[in-house]
Each structure stands twice: as C-alpha cells, then as structure tokens.
Write a protein that binds this ligand. Structure first.
Ligand code: NAD
Length: 248
C-alpha cells in the first residue's frame, strides 16, 4: 500500500497527534454514511434530523430516528480502524480523537479522549425538565416522552439547525492549536464547522495524513500524505508493519 511506511514513521515521530474521523471509519462496522449511493438519505427524509421538524412532527421524526439509530446503529461494533486508534492512544501514539460520528464506536473500542463534535446517540434528555436517559431507555411508544413530566425526549446528537456542543468545540480548537500531526479518516470534509478543524491544525503547523478510498475536500488542499484505501484495511496494514509491532 503506497505511503504506508511514511505514515507509520510520521506517527512514531509525532509528539502530539489527533485523529479526525467521519462516517467512513464506521462503514466497515455496518453503519451507512448519509450521502452517496448506499447513503441513508436515499431511504429516509433528512428532515427527521432537522430541529424544527423534530419539534413540529415528533412522532414521524422519532419513528425514523428510532429505526436508524436505536434499533440498528446502537448494536454496531468497532472495526480494526477503531481498535487501531484505541491501541495508539494506550501506547501514547495518539493524544485524542475529534469525531463527527455519533455512534460511540471510538469509546467502545477503548479510546478515552474523544471529542464528539456532533454529540452522541448514547444519551438523551427531556427538553422540558432535562432528565437524562440512556440509549437503552428509548421507549417503543413514540414519540419518546419523559416519564417524569411528559416532555419530549431528544437524543444528545446535533440536529440540523443546532449548535456544536461547547466543550467538544473548545477541545477540538485546542487540539488543532497544539497538534503536530492530524490523521483524517473517512470524511468528505463538507460539513461546517467541523471541516474547519483540520484546516486550522494545518495552519498551526500540523502535518495532515488522510485515509479515504475517495478524495475529499482536504486531499488536494491541506493533505500531506494521502492513503487511498478503506479505514479498516489501512489499519490492518499498519498493524502488520514491524515498525509499529516493536511498540505494541
Ligand atoms: P460523509 O457521509 O459525508 O462521507 C463519508 C466519507 O467516508 C467519504 O469521504 C467516503 O469516501 C469515505 N469512506 C467511504 N468508505 C470508507 C471506508 N471504508 N473507509 C474510510 N473512508 C470511507 O461523512 P462525513 O464527512 O463524516 O459527514 C457526514 C455527517 O453525518 C457527519 O457530520 C456525521 O456527524 C454524520 N454521520 C455520522 C455517522 C456515524 O456516526 N457513524 C454516519 C453517517 C453520518
């Protein structure tokens, strides 16, 4: 695989590295992307994730949300690429992850320092009394309403029309200010403001490695080393490299 040795060397030499991940890293865990040929928006109406639509049509929105996120995604397991990032963090080869994903797979793989730029499906809250719920609490009766006050319960992921969670945003900016290496995996780089984070890192002096079977908005603009490939397959190759085995 072209550039794989260079990437391993860059990882070993880095003093402060972060991964920046998108939907593509979870594809091999069976979670579809939103866009593209097999994307979810070919089967569902994206409106179900629009915040105004959610409040005005809670039953319809919740029926789609439950089916996509809680009957299916919630049962997905991490793949080799998630485990590689977890092993890297354990071995001090990675400082943390900024993820646009909401699927909790980085944490399931064992990563501790994860900034969820678009929130998480793992927790929910009542929009009236703020009572917290877990993914396993999602009711069969829809829309999901609070058992204390009857208010609508909303997943803690970012809907279209909502802001980015404050802490994740701050931590991501901080990471982009101090990193000397960013590993960008499985993202088109089209979603704002998330896509500004690797650009900021580059501006602050970080080298950019990119892993994606298709070129993204980053590839010909900020990427230093591009590996054309699927995340789990590239991870497998990195596991096989003696260079990294010496440490693991
Ligand atoms: P996207 O759907 O716009 O693009 C997916 C990217 O992954 C593309 O660049 C594609 O070439 C690449 N890709 C496809 N297969 C891959 C593979 N096997 N390995 C590596 N890369 C692969 O995804 P995005 O840029 O992350 O933006 C979509 C938004 O939707 C995100 O903000 C995210 O919050 C959300 N989303 C999240 C999930 C999830 O949590 N797993 C899934 C779908 C969408």
């Amino acid at each position: 695989m072209k550039n794989i040795d260079t990437v391993a060397q860059m990882i070993l030499e880095s003093k402060c590295s972060f991964a920046f991940t998108g939907a593509g890293i979870s594809l091999e865990s069976g979670i579809p992307t939103f866009r593209g040929k097999a994307g979810l928006w070919n089967r569902y109406n994206p409106n179900i994730l629009d915040i105004d639509y959610f409040y005005n049509n809670p039953k319809d929105a919740w029926e789609g949300i439950k089916e996509i996120f809680y009957d299916y995604w919630n049962k997905a397991m991490p793949n080799k690429a998630h485990y590689l990032l977890a092993d890297m963090e354990k071995n001090n080869l990675l400082n943390g992850i900024i993820t646009q994903n909401i699927d909790n797979l980085h944490q399931k793989a064992g990563n501790k320092e994860v900034y969820e730029f678009h929130g998480t499906l793992n927790t929910l809250h009542c929009v009236e009394c703020m009572k917290k719920y877990d993914a396993k609490d999602v009711s069969e009766k829809l829309p999901f309403r609070c058992d204390e006050c009857g208010g609508l319960v909303k997943p803690d992921f970012v809907f279209f029309g909502e802001g980015i969670p404050e802490l994740a945003y701050q931590k991501s900016i901080e990471a982009a200010s101090k990193a000397d290496l960013f590993i960008v995996i499985g993202t088109t780089g089209e979603v704002m403001p998330a896509c500004s984070i690797p650009v900021l890192a580059k501006r602050n002096g970080a080298k950019i490695i990119e892993i994606n079977p298709e070129k993204s908005t980053f590839t010909d603009t900020i990427t230093d080393v591009y590996i054309k490939g699927k995340a789990a397959e590239v991870a497998e190759k990195l596991y096989e490299l003696n260079l990294l085995k010496e440490i693991w």
